[in-house]
Design a protein around this ligand. Sequence first.
Ligand code: P6P
Length: 339
Amino acid sequence: MVTHPKEYQGITLNEFIIQRQTNFPYAKGELSRLLSHIGIAAKIINREVNKAGLVDILGETGTTNVQGESVKKLDVFSDQQLIAALKASGECCGIASEENQEIVTFDDELSLDGKYIVCMDPLDGSSNIDVNVSIGTIFSIYRRISPRGEKAKIEDFLQKGTEQVAAGYVIYGSSTMMVYTTGLGVTGFTLDPSIGEFCLSHMRIDTPENGKIYSINEGNYIKFPEGVKKYIKYCQEKDDATNRPFTSRYIGSLVADFHRNLLKGGIFIYPETATNPSGKLRLLYECNPIAFLAEQAGGKATDGKRRILEIQPKTLHQRVPFYTGSRLMVEKAEEFLER
Ligand code: P6P
């Protein structure tokens, strides 16, 4: 962890974005505005997520509460908040969201001229809300390739992960953090509820090259490919020279599992299985943004063979097998897959 240069002490997300913007002489602030608006939506989502437990008193999520108001499910609420914030930014012309089968395009003049598109999972792991487990928002930002002034088109969204201009997540956990990259390393901000601002807390996050944590849903063990089964056994064998046995940690919330491994070192695996030959996680708004962050932090992200960021997307919601985290751990897992 890099300690903060003095001038960065307590700097807010917006101050940091503007400060960093001076590093991009040609940037006219569009990306800065986009990131700031995502931050606004994250604060609104955080407020609702934090009182999710109270909703049960007022009525089940997704139905009407005692006041007769329709209580939106939190992932639908989050989707709507982010769409509204991205539209208000005037820099985004369209969105691909886990919550929407088709792309969402804006047709107001300001947004039609927007330079960027966003792929997002508004509230990943939302099934964990009812049991108070950390959940997250994941976002990925690209420059549009269709002409400005027209509606966003599907090809704007089917770009390789290497074309991302920014990516990040918000983790709603014991504290709420925004972690993002614009290709200049990974930076973390922690929400200070007393002032309602994301404040710099992790100037630069570099993930350890090796680690002792492996994260995989071992309930699917019998459906895993042979190489994955052998890697799991490798993690469990005793060998002092390589710090084994490793520790198994699996929360079942991608952002929470990834965030812990990013800071401590570790590997997260959601492999192909006999029943799901492409795995479960989505390329556009789960694997690509997480892969960009992993690589920017010095880690690795593949589908077991190919670099995630170089996979050419074919459909909005396509799934890919996902191996990500400390570089040496991903490479060791890939060795077992090759055998
Ligand atoms: P499983 C949550 O539903 C999610 O999309 C990710 O956040 C998480 O990593 C994964 O699914 C968990 O899936 O099959 O292990 O419950």
